[in-house]
Design a protein around this ligand. Structure first.
Ligand code: FAD
Length: 481
């Protein structure tokens, strides 16, 4: 088959959408047949239980979406480089294109894929699409990368952002379709066990629903976003993280809609755009300092006396049985819905890393297993921010007091009662669902007595500050403060 007529394999990863898809638009323009594929590869195999569950849902819906255009999603399992090379041989494809990813594991995989396919003579090409700005295109005045958010925001806020490409109306199919695995045979939902049916009530899957979500948010909640976004019982934020994570909506679509809302005079819109740039910042950091994913971003923190053992205290944190209502409600929200409100992520994270002195990696990994919006860059940056070891992190001495936070942001205890059956007179569905979802071996029941606090908040705070002083004096002693 000539190069100009041979099929193009489009390798989908975290970009399950048809609009704002540069690789897809270019492939449609070429007039060549398109073979869409998803590979359960060496990186995807490592995902946690909830992300795998959510991926299954995304794949199911995306296949339907492709079928509405006369196409389909081919599923294959194995090392990405091998699978793509053999699919190219089977289909006579001359090109394999994909949307770039920026976290270190994906970069390592994609670099290997590109070099092996290119050396075999294929047109192996990556396109922008996951971010508004390529991480290498945003630079400080000195030509370096940004380590603090606010200057990065100032550097990008007025940059032109290209309009999103519309979804194609049709896609040319190959003469015959290659074999595909059956999604069920991958068992992506299995690790969630009974919790999967409960997550299904909270997940909002697919491109059409993501666009509805954006429209709904910009029609109403955006107006009070700046003031209300910290109140966890309210529907005051966009909830788009789930869809951005799986690429069911593109960041340029959100950006332009947000700018329009700002130009229409909607008060919270600029603040919303700023939050989107936090997402950019997390990828900027992951790209320029990939160590942020797995080790203390500030090297002097290596002497911080984190406790790394997963003991009874960690288990009680995961169960939502610490005796601190806001922390426990947050941990239950995570388990039941696959989502946790941003302020509660900060509070539950601070409690684990400061009051309990547990290593932030323990929390990062638990979130990685439980979040349906799990994002490698945002999760790592969030945990290092909370712990104090990251760039632009919250100063260590600013230790969240979960009690005063609860008074301020959940004064009527609506959030706490929604998720904690033990503290509610008449527990609702979200509180009771936790007992359906959680492991039987935890032996928890809604009529359990609510536990005493594991640690007095004042002494926990003092212990954390002492540990911080100890680390500072150690690193000052080494002269690397
Ligand atoms: P909105 O308030 O509507 O914000 C709009 C979008 O901006 C979000 O969808 C998200 O893409 C982006 N955004 C907002 N805040 C942040 C932030 N602090 N960092 C990066 N991007 C942001 N976000 C994830 O998407 N995945 C994660 O795995 C994740 N883990 C986190 C772990 C910790 C410890 C902390 C403190 C934060 C984490 N965040 C993570 C960031 C933030 O909590 C979520 O993005 C936010 O709660 C999503 O809700 P929303 O879509 O309603 O956000």
């Amino acid at each position: 088959m000539s190069e100009t007529k041979s099929p193009i394999i489009l390798w989908f990863r975290r970009d399950f959408r048809l609009a704002e898809h540069a690789a897809l638009s270019e492939a449609v323009r070429s007039g060549r047949p398109i073979v869409p594929v998803f590979v359960l590869d060496e990186v995807v195999e490592t995902y946690g239980a909830a992300p795998k569950w959510r991926l299954d849902a995304a794949l199911r819906l995306f296949d339907e979406r492709l079928k509405s255009l006369g196409s389909r999603l081919i599923l294959r399992r194995g090392r990405a480089a091998d699978v793509l090379a053999s699919l190219a041989k089977e289909t006579g494809a001359g090109a394999i294109w994909w949307t770039r990813a920026y976290d270190p594991d994906a970069i390592a995989r994609d670099t290997a894929v590109k070099s092996s396919l290119a050396s075999a003579g294929y047109d192996a090409r990556s396109f922008a699409g996951h971010l508004l700005f390529e991480p290498w295109s945003v630079k400080t005045k000195q030509g370096g990368f940004f380590k603090v958010y606010t200057p990065m925001w100032r550097a990008v806020r007025d940059r032109p952002v290209e309009r999103a490409e519309p979804a194609p109306q049709q896609m040319l199919s190959p003469n015959s379709w290659p074999d595909s695995d059956q999604l069920e045979s991958w068992g992506l939902q299995l690790a969630m066990n009974r919790g999967g049916d409960i997550l299904a009530r909270h997940a909002c899957v697919g491109e059409a629903r993501a666009l509805d979500r954006l429209e709904h948010f910009l029609d109403g909640p955006v107006i009070g976003y700046k003031e209300r976004r910290d109140f966890p019982a309210e529907e005051a934020t966009s909830r788009l993280s789930e869809n951005l994570t799986w690429g069911e909506i593109g960041p340029r679509t959100i950006w332009h809609a947000g700018v329009q809302a700002m130009n229409d005079g909607k008060p919270g819109a600029e603040h919303f755009l700023k939050e989107l740039v936090w997402r950019e910042f997390s990828y900027h950091l992951a790209y320029h300092s990939p160590e942020i994913i797995s080790s203390n971003w500030r090297p002097d923190w290596s002497s911080f006396p984190w406790q790394e053992d997963e003991d009874e205290a960690v288990l009680r944190w995961k169960m939502g049985r610490t005796g601190v209502p806001l922390v426990d409600a947050a941990m239950r929200q995570l388990y039941v819905t696959g989502y946790m409100h941003n302020r509660c992520r900060m509070i539950a994270g601070s409690y684990l890393t400061k009051h309990l002195l547990k290593h932030w990696r323990i929390g990062q990994q638990w979130f990685e297993d439980c979040l349906i919006d799990w994002d490698p860059a945002a999760n790592a940056m969030g945990w290092q921010w909370v712990a104090g070891s990251g760039p632009d992190a919250s100063p260590f001495f600013r230790i969240f007091n979960p009690q005063t936070q609860a008074e301020k942001f959940d004064g009527k205890k609506v959030y706490v009662h929604r998720y904690l059956a033990e503290l509610s007179q008449d527990p609702g569905r979200d509180a009771l669902d936790f007992y359906q979802a959680c492991p039987h071996c935890w032996q928890l029941a809604p009529d359990d007595t609510y536990p005493e606090q594991m640690i007095d908040l004042g002494s926990g705070r003092r212990r954390a500050l002492a540990a911080y002083e100890q680390m500072k004096s150690r690193s000052e002693g080494r002269g690397d403060a």
